[in-house]
Each structure stands twice: as C-alpha cells, then as structure tokens.
Design a protein around this ligand. Structure first.
Ligand SMILES: [Fe+2]
Ligand SMILES: [Fe+2]
Length: 155
C-alpha cells in the first residue's frame, strides 16, 4: 500500500532515534555488567531489546508503505561515565522519544494514516513506561544515596 511521503519520512526519522537508543543502551548495559551491577545491566539490556522491537516495527511499516527503511544513520550517542549519568542520559533520550512520538502521532492524524498512528501510540506507551522506570531509579538514588542504591544492583 502506497504511504504518504511525510509519514514515511517521519518513520525513518523515528527509526534513526530507535537505532541510536539501542546502541546507547547496549553500551550502558555492558558498562553496568562490567562493574558487577548485574540487576541494573539486565534492566537496561531489556530496554535495548524493546527499542529493537520498535525499530523492527518501523522497518516493517515503512516497507508496507512502499518506502525505503534507512538503517545506516545514527544520532549522537550520549554515554554516561557512571550509573547516575547513565540514567540521566537515558532519561534525556526517553524524553526526546516521547516528544517525537507525540509529534509523529499528530502528523499521522493530519495525514489521515490511522494505521501508522495506532502503531506509534503503542510504542509511545512503551516509552512512557521506560521513562517511568528511570525516574523511579533517580528518585531512589536521591532518597537512599547512590552507594545504597548500587549495593542493591549487585548480582
Ligand atoms: Fe523506542
Ligand atoms: Fe524507550
């Protein structure tokens, strides 16, 4: 089915964002694993895999709309230097994703592409769950201190 060019471009824009998030979160998960914070590493790895599923959905939808998925671009990756900056940088990435998904959903409404809009709404729900988890971690760090938090993350 031939898709609207604006929608296909937007899906490619979101695809780059997802591919960037996968790379950033994979590195962060492995950094946490390297430090022995296995519980945290597993959670971040799981989030990276969820972003991969989002990327797959975009690729499938672009192909369905007879567009060409672009997988060779990445945005700037923000690698943290410790657990706190890892979480802060991932929070910024999720905040950016939520803003972009909301904009993309509005575009789909304007372009009368409700099939794509529904896919994006599902993904937006996942991104909101991601930021919710990160905010809970940042709250815990503030309440119990980083050292107590890190003890909880050991494998
Ligand atoms: Fe995502
Ligand atoms: Fe996310």
């Amino acid at each position: 089915m031939k898709g609207k060019p604006k929608v296909i471009d937007e899906l490619n824009f979101l695809l780059v964002d997802e591919l960037t998030a996968i790379s950033q979160y994979m590195v962060h998960a492995e950094m946490c694993a390297n430090w022995g914070y296995e519980k945290l590493a597993e959670k971040i790895e799981k989030r990276a895999i969820e972003e991969m599923k989002h990327a797959e959905k975009h690729i499938a939808r672009i192909l369905f709309l007879e567009g060409k998925p672009i997988v060779s671009n990445l945005n700037t990756i923000h690698i943290g230097s410790d657990v706190q900056t890892i979480l802060t940088n991932d929070h910024a990435a999720e905040q950016g994703a939520i803003t972009e998904y909301n904009k993309a959903i509005n575009l789909c409404t304007e372009e009368a592409d409700n099939g794509t809009r529904e896919i994006l709404e599902d993904i937006l729900t996942d991104e909101e769950a991601h930021i919710d988890w990160i905010e809970a971690q940042l709250d815990q760090i503030e309440q119990m201190g980083i050292q107590n938090y890190l003890v909880e993350q050991l494998g």
